[in-house]
Ligand binder design. Structure first.
Ligand code: ADP
Length: 459
């Protein structure tokens, strides 16, 4: 059921408004037409009642010998008059027909002043015509086409003669009034247009807010929302802007503290290094220096990681193929094998040092954990994709996202002491997102890991 509902708020609101509106309009048209039919029936009945009342008065004034002639002249496809008792009509169980019969009796009573007593019965036309043709020689049943609501009016003339009038109201249906339909169409079209406008007005700020939140996720320093429009929209935009500036302050404070700590650690580490050189025991000195180098490496990586969030480097067009070739050459110099395939159609605007850092980290990981690296470049109209593949162990599926967390390293890398801080992938992803892109990892079906760096191309 939920799946059948349209997904966007806009279409749901349109559906509710239009659906509700069409339903209400249809109900009111049905009521309107029923009322119209009731009024038409009333005026038709009034006409028949008038004819019957006149006929009764006339029959009372005629001598019984002349009555039959008059009755014959009176008969028409909607009224059949019979003198003498014809077995009482079959009452219909249709409550609507009963109501109509009652109101018909009241009309006749009013016209004849309450006397003589009149009985009006709603009858089944087929059955009644059968009865009448049995009693009235020469009556052609097909003169009375099948009718829906027939009545039999029975009364007595002043001399006691029973007379019955069978009324076969016309079946003629009245076409729907064209003006009413035209009015309804105009009203519906106007309401549809107005509700579309209103719904658009109500949902547009939500779209703006959603895209602002999306941008904020990629770039915390994205420009604030313009605080205009109706009160609620202005309030939401203001709340969003306040949240953004608080977030920026919070991140800046945290970055500043961590960067200051990391930076200040560098000085005592350098001092310790100098002092370590003075150690006489070679074994001790080598281990001491190695530990200090590790500490320094961690401090530098932490600084880089923190800087990644708030990188002031200007954006410049960059020849991605040239950058990858230089990274390939650097790797070859220290005996690492990196293959490069594909081509970038045009320079990519980016923060050059950050991009070098991002690709460098991915290539380092591929050669460190996967023995060699193959880079393929796919340049599409809308995005530039760089795949870095290796032939190593890959990463367990459950850990594919966790390895992006700062300082998180797989047990296998920690125990093999591959070196590293657990910041490389986090830094690389930060840089990708800083450029509006993303970095994903997936295990290759044939073994090894594939890092996919996707960077949007803006036209
Ligand atoms: P570091 O390499 O400094 O430990 P990273 O953030 O670059 O930190 O990587 C986090 C962890 O992800 C690594 O410790 C390693 O366990 C795992 N990893 C990264 N790249 C690969 C790869 N290509 N193949 C297998 N495991 C990898």
């Amino acid at each position: 059921m939920m799946r059948l509902l349209p997904q966007s708020l806009f279409s749901r609101m349109v559906l509710i408004l239009l659906g509700g509106l069409i339903l209400v309009q249809s109900i009111s048209v049905v009521f309107h037409l029923r009322e119209r039919d009731r009024l038409l029936f009333h005026s038709n009945s009034m006409e028949s009642a008038q004819r019957i009342a006149d006929a009764i008065r006339m029959l009372n004034s005629l001598a019984s010998a002349d009555r039959q002639k008059f009755v014959t002249a009176l008969n028409s496809p909607t009224l059949l008059v019979s003198l003498g008792v014809i077995p009482s009509s079959q009452a219909l169980q249709n409550p609507e027909a009963h109501d109509q019969a009652d109101s018909f009796r009241m009309m006749l009573g009013d016209l004849l002043g309450g006397t003589p007593p009149i009985e009006v019965v709603a009858s089944d036309p087929e059955w009644r015509l059968g009865q009448l043709s049995a009693n009235t020689p020469g009556l052609a049943r097909n003169t009375f086409p099948q009718k829906k609501n027939a009545f039999t009016v029975e009364t007595r003339l002043q001399d006691g003669t029973v007379v019955s009038f069978d009324v076969f109201p016309s079946d003629e249906t009245f076409p729907l009034p064209r003006r009413l339909l035209l009015n309804l169409q105009i009203l519906l079209a106007a309401v549809i247009i107005l509700s579309l406008l209103a719904v658009r007005l109500a949902t547009r700020p939500l779209n703006t807010l959603a895209s602002a939140a999306e941008k904020l996720g990629k770039d915390i320093n994205s420009p604030p929302l313009i605080e205009t429009g109706p009160t609620e929209v202005r309030r939401a935009a203001h709340a969003f802007n306040t949240m953004q500036s608080r977030l920026v302050n919070y991140i800046q404070d945290r970055t500043r503290i961590l960067a200051a700590m990391s930076h200040d650690l560098k000085t005592p580490i350098t001092r310790l290094r100098l002092r370590a050189e003075l150690l006489e025991d070679d074994d001790h000195r080598i281990r001491f220096v190695k530990d200090l180098e590790e500490m320094e490496f961690m401090v530098t990586a932490t600084l880089d990681f923190m800087r990644g969030v708030d990188n002031p480097e200007p954006v410049q067009p960059m020849d991605i193929m040239a950058l990858l070739e230089s990274l390939q050459a650097d790797a070859a110099e220290i005996g690492q094998q990196v293959c490069l395939d594909g081509v970038a159609a045009r320079p990519y605007p980016c923060k050059p040092a950050a991009m070098k850092r991002c690709l460098g980290n991915l290539i380092d990981n591929a050669v460190k954990y996967g023995k060699n690296a193959t880079i393929t470049v796919d340049d599409h109209h809308k995005q530039l994709q760089i795949h870095i593949l290796d032939n190593g162990q890959g990463i367990p599926e459950a850990e594919l996202e966790r390895v992006f967390e700062p300082f998180y390293r797989l047990e296998s890398s920690r125990s093999r002491d591959t070196g590293g801080t657990g910041l490389g992938l986090g830094i690389a992803r930060n840089i990708a997102q800083m450029h509006g892109g993303d970095l994903l990892l997936r295990n290759r079906p044939c073994g090894g890991l594939e890092a996919i760096l996707t960077l949007p191309r803006r036209s």
